[in-house]
Design a protein around this ligand. Sequence first.
Ligand SMILES: [Zn+2]
Length: 598
Amino acid sequence: MADSRDAIEDIRHRLGILDVVSEYVALKRAGKNYKGLCPFHSEKTPSFTVSDEFQTWHCFGCGEHGDVFSFLMKVENLTFAEALERLAKRAGVELERFQGRQTGRKELLGRINSLAAAYYSELLKRTPVAMDYLRSRGLSDQTIEQFRLGYAAPAWDGFVRFATRKNADLKDVAQAGLIIRNDRGGYYDRFRHRIVFPILDIQERIIGFGGRALGDEQPKYLNSPETPLFSKTRSLYGLNLARKSIAESGSAVVVEGYMDVITAHQAGFPNCVATLGTALTLEHINVLSRYTKKVVLAYDSDSAGMAAALRGASMFEEVECDVRIARLPGGDDPDSLLREGRISEFDAALSGALPIVDYKLAILRERHDLSDPSGRAAMLNEAVLVLVEVPSSIEREKHIRALARYHPNFEQGTTRAEEHIRGDIERLVRRRSGQGRGRSPAGDVPKPSSALEKAERSVLRVLVRGEEGVETILESLTPEDFSGEVTRGAAHIVFEILKEKKGIYLPDLLEIADKKDVGGFLSELAMRDEGPPFSEKALQDYIALIENSRLRELRTSDVLAAYMKDGTIDPSDWRRGQTAEDYEEFLRKSGKRAEADD
Ligand SMILES: [Zn+2]
């Protein structure tokens, strides 16, 4: 709404972020910016940065960022409406006509959800069969209370009638996803005969619900639909309770289900969170990496769980998180393990969690019969394909040493065996770099992807800061030319704004970008002091690098399209930019062609 926009702009201009922030944080000038100790996480050296130029703040420690409104909301724990009211008063801005429609809508849906949570919780207390079920799953009354668990009765209209009695507009209740409209214009309950798990965001707002069938009803798990308040692809169950301990312990554990989270918290692992019946998305990862860069994935030990863990882990690795995968005992998930009181086993699985490469190699060793020479050879063949992806030669050597004992030449000496394995890897590396991909056998030069990443970041930095060269970039590139998921997402937003307006106003940009979960990235880009603007030549080089990589990618994907179409390969298995030959080699050596059917 124009009114609210005007009021917000007006307040921002009149107040100035430095005045407001310096009431809470002692700020010292550092270059163009101001620095102080972050009020949102504990630290000894200042990484909390405020820019008078951009009217924004960014913490390089915890990743929190925003404008004057979000600062006050966080530091005083206010809703947006409350922060707005306070700052308006202080700035002397008239708010009479202001009622942010979207804010109002979300608050309304939040209130309806709170009403529902109270209703379900009350029903749970009055329904022994539901209470017994939760106790049989090992949950204490305190845990049930802490997670605000509830129960939805089998009736079709239990909540419909309750909401009507409370004078709620059923259209709103339906938008909150709690009831569904039928053909005749009436409504019925979405959650019936289910345990209900309220999903809270980090402001402790109830944004949606998960429901687990108590009987044989299908589906076993049912979530709220997407609403203006709730998005499955970015919400993490339990983060509201876990974030403090994540910040304190410096690491997070990601599990697969609600029950995993709840049992883990109860068993003394309060830094656990879960996705809501979806695979990890980049949005989840961005949310979580604001709190920590150390993540352990503790997924089910079945093959689907292992594949999901590997996919998730490589996404975390892409945003430079220290990610590890826990290996739970066969057939177990965190919930089953902890329910049986095998707490130390879970603990050991977490502390013994492996980085991706170690994890892949461990799985290979398990899958093949190593007592048999042909099993050992097959394992080594696949291990070489894993190791060729390891950029650090030091790390690669470590694995080569560990693998040497499985090589047929081992009896003639460790060195001979190691040499053979190293030779296999180097041959593969040479073949790939011969195809123009520049991967060095020594391995310690920067990967092409990181040069590309730097180019993409640099170009975006110019756009966001409004440095020399904005026009050139807009003429030469489109958002689709960006290869990183984060950089491409950010580019879409930035290009869009620059097409409509002359320049970037950072607080506005961040507001839009935060919804797409690239706000942290752009905020950091704008605020990090990375020296003077780029020369024209440097900028041209960056643009050329991005353009060339895009061309190469288009060519590669043409060749691969057929493989992907018939399902022989899963594109998400392998990194962007691998060639068709790489895939063929992989399929041939791993025998995946035969396995592709199962
Ligand atoms: Zn911080």
